[in-house]
Structure formats: structure tokens, C-alpha cells
Design a protein around this ligand. Structure first.
Ligand SMILES: Nc1ncnc2c1ncn2[C@@H]1O[C@H](COP(=O)(O)OP(=O)(O)OP(=O)(O)O)[C@@H](O)[C@H]1O
Ligand SMILES: [Mg+2]
Length: 230
């Protein structure tokens, strides 16, 4: 992994910190507001309203911790300090686990997966599940409601690839490179704009890669490749 020169490194860390502070403000304000309401009025409020407040607080804190984790991961990848707990893992099993974990996010999608068993790779299983989860939650977030998300595994002579396809309406040519850069999604309502840069960084730290397959089909096909363990 490349270690970055000091000045550029400082600039990126500053941008990450700036983004973190900016993006934390809104969920923090919501959580604070709902917590104050409960502190003041919990005894007088109907149980259903109390439950709603608690759910909003829970979603807000989850959003904040996801943001903090994303910023920490993006920084670690940028600085080239990824620390992987590698072990031999069955890639198909990791795919299945990532699909199971997707749960709620994919509620409005049909997930179709075809997995090959018995293909091993030396990976950090938590990090590879994270990569798959980033791809799957993007497919769920950007794919039109009711459309399928397809996961397919292909085995090559030295590497295995996992293809995640959706029906999001496609990506214009000029955005295809940009979307793997940090903050590419900033300003958009859906997230922090760090997911794909983290996913590609983690794939490359494993000696693999993550690309968006060429073609202007009805959706996107992301391809994660990993070396097969001999
Ligand atoms: N499957 C997809 N279909 C269509 N557009 C996508 C897809 N995946 C990513 N994108 C586009 O690429 C951008 C970058 O994706 P990325 O996952 O890095 O960030 P994000 O989803 O905006 O935020 P987060 O960091 O919270 O995931 C998105 O904002 C979106 O515009
Ligand atoms: Mg995303």
C-alpha cells in the first residue's frame, strides 16, 4: 500500500474531519431534541409516541456511529495503514453471510444469489463482508424499488469474482471513475460518499480489486475479485 506525502495527507485528513463534523450535526441535533422531549415529557406521552422517539434516537445514533466508522476506515485506507486479520475463508460462505446481514435495507428488493461453495481465499472475513455489505446496500439504496439485486460468483484460474448487479438506471460515463473517489456522493441524500472508496481500498489491500463493469445496461454491475488460496 502507498504511503502518502505529508501535505496531501494533511489535506485529506482535514477534509475528512470537516465532513465528519458537518454530517454529524444533523443526526446529533435530532437525537438531542428527541432525548430532551423524553426527559421532559416521557411520563405524559402515550407509549407509542415514547417508542417512536426511542426508535428515532436509535436510528440517529446508528447513523452517527456508521459515519464515524466510515471516516476512520477512509482515513486508514488513505494512509495505507489497513490492518487485516487474515485467515483462510470460504468466499461463498462470506457472500451468504453478507446477504443475510443485508436484511432490512433490501426489504423492497428480491435478492437472487448464485454461490460456488469450496472456493477459499486468505482474507479478513469481517472486512470482506464489509465490502459486500457496501455493494449490497448501495444496490438496495439506488436500485429502483421492487427490482432484483443479483449476486453471482465466478471462479477463474487464480482469482474468484463476485458480481453484484442491480437495476438502478445506470451510471453516466463521466461518473464511473469519480464514484470510487472519497466524497463522490457528498451532497446526495443517501450517504457519506465514502462507501465505494472504502470498498475498493479494502479489496486492493487483499490483493484483489473492485471495479464497475463496463456497459450502459439498465443497472450497475460491480465486480469484486479476490485471489484464490492455493
Ligand atoms: N449501485 C449503484 N447504483 C447507482 N449509483 C450508485 C450505486 N452505488 C453507488 N452509486 C453512486 O455512487 C456514489 C458513491 O457511492 P458510495 O457508496 O461511495 O457513497 P454513498 O452511497 O453516497 O454514501 P455511503 O458512504 O454512506 O455509502 C453514490 O452517491 C451514488 O451516486
Ligand atoms: Mg453507499
Amino acid at each position: 500500500m502507498i504511503r502518502r506525502p505529508g501535505a496531501r495527507r494533511g489535506e485529506i485528513c482535514d477534509r475528512l474531519l470537516e465532513a465528519l463534523v458537518r454530517e454529524l450535526l444533523s443526526p446529533l441535533t435530532v437525537v438531542r431534541g428527541y432525548a430532551d422531549t423524553l426527559r421532559r415529557d416521557a411520563d405524559a406521552l402515550p407509549r407509542s409516541v415514547v417508542r417512536e422517539c426511542l426508535e428515532t434516537i436509535s436510528r440517529g445514533t446508528e447513523q452517527m456511529s456508521r459515519l464515524v466508522r466510515n471516516v476512520m476506515d477512509a482515513q486508514m485506507i488513505y494512509l495505507g495503514t489497513v490492518d487485516l486479520g487474515r485467515m483462510r475463508a470460504d468466499v461463498g460462505a462470506l457472500v451468504r453471510q453478507a446477504v443475510d446481514e443485508l436484511g432490512l435495507a433490501a426489504k423492497s428488493h428480491v435478492v437472487e444469489s448464485s454461490v460456488i461453495d469450496g472456493v477459499g481465499s486468505i482474507v479478513d472475513p469481517i472486512r470482506i463482508r464489509q465490502v459486500l455489505s457496501i455493494l449490497l446496500s448501495n444496490a438496495a439504496a439506488y436500485g429502483a424499488e421492487g427490482t432484483p439485486i443479483r449476486i453471482e460468483m465466478r471462479r477463474g484460474p487464480v482469482s474468484v469474482s463476485i458480481h453484484v448487479s442491480d437495476f438502478c438506471g445506470g451510471i453516466p460515463e463521466h461518473r464511473r471513475r469519480e464514484m470510487f473517489q472519497m466524497f463522490s456522493g457528498f451532497g446526495a441524500a443517501r450517504g457519506t460518499g465514502l462507501g465505494l472508496s472504502i470498498a475498493r481500498g479494502l479489496a486492493r489491500a487483499h490483493g484483489g480489486d473492485l471495479v464497475l463493469a463496463p456497459g450502459s445496461g439498465p443497472g450497475c454491475r460491480f465486480v469484486l475479485s479476490l485471489p484464490i488460496a492455493t
